[in-house]
Design a protein around this ligand. Sequence first.
Ligand code: ATP
Ligand code: MG
Length: 204
Amino acid sequence: MSENDDVARDLAHKARAQKHKQVVDAKIAAATRDKGLLLVLTGNGKGKSSSAFGMVARTLGYGRKAAVFQFIKGAENVGERTFFASHPNVIWEKCGEGFTWETQDRTRDIAAARAGWEKAKAALADPDISLVVLDELTYLVTYRYLSLDEIMPAIEARPEMQHVVITGRAADEALIAAADTVSAIRDVKHAFRDGVRAQEGIDR
Ligand code: ATP
Ligand code: MG
């Protein structure tokens, strides 16, 4: 390849990059609003709760407060809880007794979910809390422990700048419609199916 070819390729690359920058810059310039967001992280792939807990770290990084409500799997421990629970700007509530197939007690599961939801509602009314994570909330709707008619008004009436992240598989269409940002994480592969148990720091 000649030196001229290299020069031509560099120039073409520069022109493309400049055009790309113009497009990106125009989009950034057009996004001028601030808003408390509703995010839904759903799908069968791994990465929903850990992403939500990552946003807790981001929030704390700005000196703000976060509240996490762990529904359904409240009995399980995750590394993030151990790490964040003692932080002065974090409220971390376990509001579940475990998976339904573990507890096998619908009445107790519903009571735990409802008690958790009452605490979550208080956080959703507190303007000092910048981020509320409702981890595995979608299952409360799927199992009919709680209806969206009860959940949505509290979310809609929250402080203007408060962000809410809801995680869990099979998010209801109404929840997806109401959300500002929705990611459906696709399950491509998971080591569990290869016989690897949950690894500390990765899976819990
Ligand atoms: P994480 O907490 O790791 O972000 P998640 O919130 O997306 O995962 P959950 O359905 O809440 O997923 O399940 C949590 C646990 O189940 C984790 O140990 C995770 O690695 C595991 N897990 C998640 N998705 C799958 C899957 N598709 N197959 C097997 N195990 C999974
Ligand atoms: Mg999860």
